[in-house]
Ligand binder design. Structure first.
Ligand code: F6R
Length: 260
């Protein structure tokens, strides 16, 4: 696990650079897309690089991490619509190249199994972008989630619903209770995971992710078992890391050729 502590604009450039390099080496790469506020700067930077002619998504595919259950097709906070607005419609993905779990499926169990199969059929995710919840969730794998979980329905915690109420005019009652989410084992199948966290509210979760024992109580800690994870944090999100000085000096001395 590599931890990079830097200003948000530098973190965004690093993540976008990793995606640009991946697509240059493998134009038909499979990306994993998160929603929420954390990846928005990365998406904006990718759009800029696309408009500059530096990166094309024309042969790429993408899989979303999660989706609310029951939001109507045209709801602006339905994650499929958020991803469309924030990245998919702004670059040159082919039609149907971006898929997400079907939060309106009648047969939820079958829809989740199909989603898992679609990821496998696409060859697996090459680079997964992640945010992290204040309670340590990744995707919507809330505390107590099985560390071996696959795509399934989950119940959001009150803390996550309160955190996300800002997207629903501040009204927690408008935040769905259920979601479909890639499981922790699904996320762990990605070949490279780039997690970005900005702000003090994420500091405790980042401390557990990097320095805590692996535990379903802090689901992101499963990433300690992954061979290629880049944790990109600003100084506020890094403020509880005991090893912060070590991470800073390691990154400062990192060979320029190495990339994320
Ligand atoms: C979103 C997702 C969540 C968010 C997390 C952080 O697809 O899977 O895990 O990444 O809730 O949300 P923000 O970035 O809004 O703080």
């Amino acid at each position: 696990m590599e931890v990079v502590i830097a200003a948000p604009e530098d973190l965004v450039a690093l993540a976008a650079g990793a995606i640009e390099s991946l697509l240059a080496a493998k134009p038909a790469a499979v990306l994993g897309l998160a929603t929420g506020s954390s990846p928005l700067g990365i998406y904006d930077e990718l759009v800029r690089r696309h408009l500059d002619g530096r990166v094309s998504f024309s042969r790429a595919r993408a899989f979303m991490l999660d989706e609310y259950v029951g939001l109507p097709p045209d709801h602006p906070e339905r994650y499929r619509n958020v991803i469309e607005q924030e990245i998919a419609s702004r670059v040159d993905f082919a039609p149907d190249a971006v898929q997400g779990p079907d939060g309106l499926a009648e047969d939820v169990v079958a829809a989740c199994a199909q989603y898992e199969a679609a990821i496998v059929e696409a060859g697996g995710v090459d680079l997964q972008i992640l945010g992290i919840g204040t309670d340590g969730h990744v995707g919507f794998n809330e505390p107590g989630s099985s560390l071996a979980s696959r795509t399934r329905i989950k119940t959001l915690t009150d803390q996550t619903r309160a955190d996300n109420a800002r997207f629903f005019d501040g009204d927690i009652d408008e935040v769905p209770r259920h979601c479909l989410t890639q499981g922790l084992a699904t996320i762990m199948s990605a070949r490279h995971i780039v997690l970005i966290a900005i702000g003090r509210a994420k500091a405790e979760a980042i401390h557990h992710l990097v320095e805590g024992p692996v535990s379903a109580m802090w689901p992101a800690t499963i990433l300690q078992h992954h061979p290629h994870v880049s944790v990109l944090v600003d100084p506020a999100a890094a403020s509880r890391l005991q090893l912060a000085d070590y991470f800073r000096s390691t990154y400062a001395a990192k060979p320029a050729w190495q990339g994320l």
